[in-house]
Design a binder for this molecule. Structure first.
Ligand code: SF4
Length: 63
């Protein structure tokens, strides 16, 4: 399992992470980011890509 944390003070809800890891991140009906705080190991690469892509560097991944 991996643990995911988004700094919502930094997040600007641009949604790039949604494209990189659509099973983890989504924009809700108010265009606000929602995400899963933990995920299967198989999502690691996608979440890492989301973290690398995030323009606000708001996404952290923990083991
Ligand atoms: S890419 Fe970063 S700033 Fe954009 S919605 Fe995702 S976490 Fe927020």
């Amino acid at each position: 399992m991996i643990t995911i944390k988004v700094d919502m003070d930094k997040c600007q809800h641009y949604g790039q992470c949604v494209y990189e890891a659509p099973d983890i991140f989504k924009l809700n009906e108010n265009n606000k980011l929602e995400y899963l705080a933990s995920a299967d190991e198989s999502e690691r690469d996608n979440v890492k890509s989301a973290s690398d892509t995030c323009p606000m560097q708001a996404i952290q991944v923990f083991d």
